[in-house]
Design a protein around this ligand. Structure first.
Ligand SMILES: NC(=O)c1ccc[n+]([C@@H]2O[C@H](COP(=O)([O-])OP(=O)(O)OC[C@H]3O[C@@H](n4cnc5c(N)ncnc54)[C@H](O)[C@@H]3O)[C@@H](O)[C@H]2O)c1
Length: 348
C-alpha cells in the first residue's frame, strides 16, 4: 500500500510525538511541516530533512498541496478551530490536539462542519491509547465490575511551581481557553467518557497560585488568568458519583495520572506515573487484595498508528471523534462556569 503523506502543523513539544509516530509506522511518511515561527521552521526542516518547498510558514499553503494526504494539528489551542476548519474545507483528514477548541461554541461549529462534510479525523486524547486504559474499558464492558458507583481520578503535574517559567500561551485564557483544566482535565474527562460515560453535573473549585509571570518577549510581567489547579465533584451518567483532582502544582509529580473505578462487585485502578499499570479486585475471583493484571497484547495500540489505520479504513471505533471533543468541551465549559459562579452546573 502507498504510504500516506502526512504534514505536521505546529512544531513545538507535541510535534515530536507526532513525528515519532509517523516515522515508526510502515503506513506513513513525514511529507511537510508548518510553523509560524520562521527560525523554528528552518531548524526543524534541517533536522528532519524536509525540502524547503515543503516547509510552510502559512498552514493554508500546506493544505493546498494536492499530494498531501493528512495533517496533524499541534498548535496552541487558540487556533485549533481555524486550522481544523480549513482542513475540513480543503478535505484534508486531520488528527487534532486536545482540547479541540477554546470553548464549546467553536467545538460545535467544527462538529457541524464535519456533519455536513464527513472527513476522517481524530482528536488526540492520547491516553485512550494506554494499554491499561483499553483493558480497563474491556473489563468494564464485560460487566466484571458490576454496577459502577464511583470514579476517583487525578492528574497531577508539578512543573508550574517554577515561578521563572514565563507567561507562555498555557497561562493565558485567550490563547488556551483554560489552564490545568483544559490541559490535563480534558484528558481525564475524556477517559471518564471513554470508560463509563458522560459527565452530567459538576461542582468545581479552582484558583491561580502564581498570578503573574514574566513576559516571554520583552520586559515586565503579565497576568496569569487561568486555573493552576481544578478540583471537581461530579455526577456522571447513570448516577455515578465522581471526584476529579487536577493540578500543575503537585510538587514532585511529572505526569501522574490515576483513575479508580468502583463497582458493585469489582474495582480497578489505572495508574500512570512510571508505567502504564492496571490493578483489579473482583468478588467473583475472591480477590483479597488489589493485584496487578497482565495486559493482553490486543490492548496495545499506538495513537499515530491508529490514525493511519483510520485513514486506511481499519479504525477500531475507539478513536476520539469531534463528537467526543465537543462533549469534552461542554464539560470543560460547565466546570469553568461552576468555579466562576461557585455552584453546581449542568453540562449542556
Ligand atoms: N495529547 C497530549 O497528551 C498533548 C501533550 C502536549 C500538548 N498537547 C497539545 O498540543 C498542542 C500544542 O502544545 P505544545 O506543548 O506542543 O505547544 P508548544 O508551544 O510547544 O508548540 C506550539 C507550536 O505551534 C506553533 N504555532 C502557533 N501558531 C501557529 C500557526 N498559526 N501555524 C503554525 N504553527 C503555529 C508555535 O510556533 C509552536 O512552535 C496544544 O493544543 C496542547 O494542548 C497535547
Amino acid at each position: 500500500m502507498r504510504k500516506l503523506k502526512v504534514g505536521i502543523i505546529g512544531l513545538g513539544g507535541i510535534a515530536n510525538f507526532h513525528r515519532e509516530g509517523i516515522l515508526a509506522s510502515p503506513d506513513a511518511e513525514l511529507w511537510s511541516i508548518s510553523d509560524c515561527n520562521p527560525e523554528l521552521l528552518e531548524r526543524r526542516r534541517k533536522e528532519w530533512d524536509i525540502p524547503s518547498s515543503r516547509a510552510y510558514l502559512q498552514y493554508e499553503a500546506m493544505l493546498q498541496d494536492p499530494e498531501l494526504d493528512a495533517v496533524t494539528i499541534g498548535t496552541p489551542n487558540f487556533n485549533h478551530y481555524e486550522i481544523a476548519k480549513l482542513a475540513i474545507e480543503y478535505g484534508k483528514p486531520f488528527a487534532l490536539e486536545k482540547p479541540v477548541a477554546l470553548n464549546a461554541e467553536e467545538a460545535v461549529r467544527l462538529k457541524e462542519l464535519l456533519d455536513r462534510s464527513p472527513l476522517s479525523h481524530m482528536v488526540c486524547f492520547s491516553y485512550r491509547y494506554k494499554s491499561a486504559v483499553r483493558y480497563a474499558k474491556q473489563l468494564i464492558e464485560e460487566g466484571r465490575l458490576g454496577t459502577i458507583r464511583h470514579v476517583y481520578s487525578q492528574y497531577l503535574q508539578g512543573w508550574a511551581i517554577d515561578e521563572e517559567i514565563p507567561l507562555a500561551w498555557r497561562f493565558r485564557k485567550s490563547l488556551s481557553g483554560s489552564g490545568a483544566l483544559g490541559d490535563l482535565g480534558s484528558h481525564i474527562l475524556d477517559l471518564t467518557r471513554f470508560l463509563v460515560g458522560d459527565t452530567r453535573r459538576v461542582l468545581a473549585d479552582a484558583d491561580t497560585i502564581v498570578s503573574e509571570r514574566k513576559l516571554p518577549d520583552g520586559e515586565g510581567k503579565g497576568e496569569v488568568d487561568v486555573d493552576d489547579y481544578c478540583h471537581v465533584l461530579s455526577r456522571i451518567e447513570s448516577g455515578i458519583s465522581s471526584v476529579m483532582t487536577i493540578s500543575r502544582f503537585a510538587y514532585g509529580r511529572g505526569n501522574d495520572q490515576r483513575i479508580e473505578v468502583y463497582g458493585s462487585k469489582g474495582a480497578l485502578v489505572y495508574s500512570l506515573e512510571e508505567r502504564d499499570t492496571l490493578q483489579v479486585k473482583f468478588a467473583e475471583e475472591k480477590d483479597t487484595h488489589f493485584r496487578e493484571v497482565a495486559i493482553p497484547d490486543e490492548c496495545r495500540r499506538g495513537q499515530m498508528q491508529a490514525f493511519f489505520d483510520l485513514l486506511n479504513g481499519r479504525g477500531d471505533g475507539k478513536d476520539a471523534t469531534m463528537e467526543d471533543g465537543y462533549r469534552n468541551q461542554l464539560a470543560v465549559d460547565a466546570i469553568i462556569r461552576s468555579f466562576t459562579e461557585q455552584k453546581w452546573m449542568d453540562v449542556e
